[in-house]
Design a protein around this ligand. Structure first.
Ligand SMILES: [Zn+2]
Length: 358
């Protein structure tokens, strides 16, 4: 269930009513809770710093909707305290069974202003991060120098390691992305300890496996911290986290820098919506094989012109392919109350529920 803090009194009664209903039906109720993004409107959080030493601005302006996609630094301990304080003061008294953590990552190229994708991908260089790099023995000066003078030939991915991380032909990049994964994991470990003390179950919302290393998500290690993991396998979404949107942005923004053919074959049409089914199901399977917890693939049931074209036929081929890839459940994204009924009925048909329209 999403968060609604603006109308606190009525929201609290809606949460309580929903919790009572779910308990009767033996359904677990999780609160959706964004971690490293989207909460800067509630508490002032410190953002990310790029390799020029400049603050990274939000990709979209704050007044254009609910989500501004500005990210805060996961290494900044003040940020983490403030994020947990948001839960403590706004939601800790409500009867949830679990917490579903979203935005547990760094921004992607798609979260950047046009032409600033590398600056966004290669973050963060704030004071907190510089201490972490130093402790890890990482040569930030060499990385910043490499970023300021793009390579004569693009950096390429030599291999994919067992834990899903990429090995680049230049070890500096292998190490950088590995450290990003470690930073997110370390922060989440701390955050999860807080929620476990509250006796809450934990779910994670994460990027598709092939995109996850670029945003600091090492999915196999993250899966050890939660009760279920939901990779966003959004083949029909041309918006953040959607595969056509993110893949196109990655290829476009990093074109002079990375050769991504090691993970995204040239035969894949990055903008095609729906995104390649075989490729996506295979990618999902890589997570199923290495995950410590059940994998519930996320796919879209909402429909929005020019953003998400989810129809019953799309839902059917997607669910069948993801089930075959080993997904042990599904997360219907994004908003059940706003999904076309024909899409909901198709899901019900596939999972074998009787057709009821009320
Ligand atoms: Zn930082």
């Amino acid at each position: 269930m999403g968060w609604a803090r603006d109308k606190r009194r009525s929201a609290s009664s809606l949460y309580n009513k929903t919790a009572a209903y779910c308990e009767k039906k033996k359904i677990e109720l999780y609160l959706w809770f964004p971690v490293f993004s989207e909460n800067s409107m509630i508490r002032s959080l410190d953002g990310l710093v790029d390799f020029h030493g400049e603050k990274i601005p939000a990709a979209v302006s704050r007044n254009s909707g609910d989500e501004d996609f500005s990210f805060c630094c996961p290494n900044n301990t003040h940020n983490i305290e403030k994020i947990l304080d948001i839960f403590e003061s706004e939601f800790s008294q409500l009867p949830f069974n679990g917490i579903f953590l979203d935005k547990i990552r760094y921004p992607s190229c798609a979260n950047s202003r046009a032409g600033r994708g590398l600056e966004t991908m290669f973050s963060c260089f704030c004071d907190f991060c510089m201490i972490q790099y130093k402790e890890a023995g990482f040569d930030t000066r060499a990385l910043i120098a490499a970023l300021k003078s793009p390579p004569a030939s693009p950096i390429f991915i030599k291999s994919i390691q067992e834990n899903g991380e990429y090995e680049f032909n230049d070890p500096l990049f292998t190490e950088f992305f590995s450290l990003k994964g470690k930073f997110i994991k370390d922060s989440l470990e701390h955050i999860c300890t807080y929620f476990r003390k509250k006796k809450l179950k934990i779910g994670f919302d994460v990027f598709a496996p092939f995109l996850s290393p670029f945003v600091g998500q090492n999915l196999s290690s993250l899966s050890a911290l939660c009760d279920f993991i939901k990779p966003m396998m959004y083949r029909a979404t041309y918006a953040p986290a959607g595969l056509p949107f993110e893949t196109e942005a990655l290829l476009r923004e990093s074109a002079d820098f990375f050769d991504c053919t090691g993970i995204i074959p040239g035969s894949i049409d990055a903008r095609a919506s729906p995104f390649d089914l075989y490729f996506t199901a295979k990618d999902l399977h890589t997570l199923v094989k290495t995950s410590s917890c059940p994998v519930y693939a996320g796919f879209e049931i909402n429909r929005k012109e020019n953003i998400c074209n989810a129809h019953p036929a799309y839902i059917e081929e997607t669910m069948r392919a993801y089930a075959k890839a080993g997904s042990q459940g599904f997360v219907l994204s994004w908003d059940l109350m706003d999904a076309p009924e024909e899409n909901i009925l198709k899901v019900a048909e596939i999972i074998g529920l009787p057709h009821k329209t009320q």
